[in-house]
Design a binder for this molecule. Structure first.
Ligand code: PFF
Length: 458
């Protein structure tokens, strides 16, 4: 049976859905702690420059590939070049690896949202380290303290949206959640900035200090860019395949970038000054990794005026951001199954949901009952994160640059972009795809593998 390919209803629908995919845990949780760790204002500056050059070139390439071929990533790469068909398989493995563990973290966020909503915020703030630890290690036998429950609820919510399809599910949810997310982020940022002593943190975050620059600032910013813009994993190819030919591609990419970078920037405003003030200017409080969102921030909310309400709003917005991203990851996998096996949306979504529940259970229990099972010295969740983000994504991005730059030619992408308007940054795109991006990506790959293997820490 041949399926009529779904489309987004118009350009704004497409932009909001793609921004919904891009804006996720990466922006709110990962960006602020990387920014704090790698030089504050200096990191911000480098990130912004990379977003409009490197990020722009990779994103427009992927969306154009999708819209040109009207296929999800396996078929799309095969159509561009038989020899590079394998790339589609690697790219599609990435969301399959990511979505289960991403939903586990989504479940943690949901739990914290319900906790704050039901008035337990100040209780958590008192003993935040222990609370989080007991929760993820499944140390308390109560059903509401079990991460599996929250993981399952979260997966079912995301699956329900995917089941409704592109226009009625994904687009509709993004149209509602994304504007709310922007408003909520601004409210939380204003509250954070009103904390006494927040100004010092604000200065650190906004003013570039060149003595804080190191090559690692660039590598960390570039790695974050991949993560944040949902690049090199077939998502933007899939979403591009649902885009109408007459919708302006270059303008859309610009708007997705503004959304994604804007929310990351506001997340920095929400978190860096407040944590700075709370910790008395101690930068190490910000490099707490995953703990930052689930341990340090609840403590900050505990100190803040109206902290209970601000905390509730904060976790609600993180939940929205995570949900739209999980939906895009899930949609990418569903779309591959639909294209390859010619199954209907319902059957594909149900089978994929079962797979996510199964695989995600490993990550969900990986810090508790399954903690004794480690791969490369990592718990399941960390291992999946490492494989996808540090190994497979740079490989896919590098080979995509080679494919477009030297095999099929940059003209293929330029022609597709020009179908719907001018291509103002065409020269920049060509230089990036052929030369700058491949070299930088190899550097990211080498450094992140070395770091992941524990050879050094950056
Ligand atoms: N771009 C989204 C985020 O920043 O959270 C979703 C995402 C995609 C996260 C892919 C991580 C990832 F590897």
């Amino acid at each position: 049976m041949k399926h009529e390919r779904s489309t987004f209803s118009n350009r704004i629908g497409f932009v909001l859905a793609a921004a919904g995919s891009a804006v996720g845990l990466g922006n709110i949780w990962r960006f602020p702690y990387l920014a704090a760790q790698y030089g504050g204002g200096m990191f911000l500056l480098v990130y912004l420059i990379l977003a409009v050059t490197f990020g722009f070139a990779l994103m427009i390439t992927e969306i154009a590939i999708g819209r040109k071929t009207k296929l999800s990533c396996i078929g799309a790469y095969q159509k561009l070049s038989k020899k590079f068909g394998f790339l589609g398989w690697i790219a599609s493995a990435i969301p399959i690896i990511i979505v289960p563990y991403y939903c586990v973290i989504g479940g943690w966020v949901t739990k914290y949202f319900v906790d704050f909503l039901t008035g337990q915020g100040s209780q958590i703030a008192k003993d935040a380290d222990n609370y989080f630890n007991t929760f993820i290690t499944v140390g308390d036998s109560g059903i509401f303290q079990n991460p599996m429950l929250w993981f399952v609820i979260y997966v079912l919510a995301a699956a329900a949206v995917v089941l409704f399809g592109v226009e009625k599910g994904i687009e509709k949810v993004s149209r509602i959640m994304m504007p709310i997310l922007v408003v909520l982020s601004i409210i939380v940022a204003v509250f954070s900035l009103s904390m006494p002593d927040a100004l010092e943190g604000l200065k650190y975050y906004l003013l570039p200090d060149f003595s804080n620059f190191s090559p690692m600032t660039v590598l960390a910013a570039m790695g974050q860019l991949f993560y944040s813009m949902s690049l090199a994993m077939g998502i933007m190819i899939t979403y591009g395949s649902y885009m109408k030919k007459e919708d302006n591609l270059e303008r859309s990419v610009g708007q997705i970038e503004i959304f994604d970078t804007g929310i990351a920037f506001i997340a920095g405003l929400m978190i860096i000054p407040a944590v700075f003030a709370f910790s008395g200017g101690d930068e190490s409080a910000l490099s707490a990794g995953p703990g930052l969102m689930f341990v340090t921030l609840p403590k900050v909310f505990g100190e803040m005026k109206l902290g209970q309400v601000v905390g509730t709003v904060f976790f609600l917005l993180v939940m929205f951001a995570a949900l739209t991203s999980s939906i895009s990851l899930m949609e990418t996998v569903v779309s591959i199954v639909q294209d390859k096996l010619h199954w209907g949306r319902k059957k594909s979504t149900l089978v994929i949901t079962a797979g996510i529940l199964l695989l995600g259970t490993l990550s969900c229990l990986g810090y508790g009952p399954l903690a004794s099972v480690q791969i490369l010295g990592k718990a399941f969740l960390d291992f999946f994160d490492f494989m996808s983000n540090s190994v497979l994504m740079p490989i896919v991005a590098f080979l995509t640059c080679i494919l477009i730059g030297f095999i099929v030619g940059t003209k293929t992408i330029s022609d597709e972009v020009k179908l719907s308007g001018n291509f103002k940054r065409e020269k920049l795109f060509i230089v990036m795809i052929k030369w700058v991006a491949p070299i930088c990506i190899i550097a990211i790959l080498a450094s992140s593998i070395a770091e992941g293997m524990g050879l050094f820490h950056f």
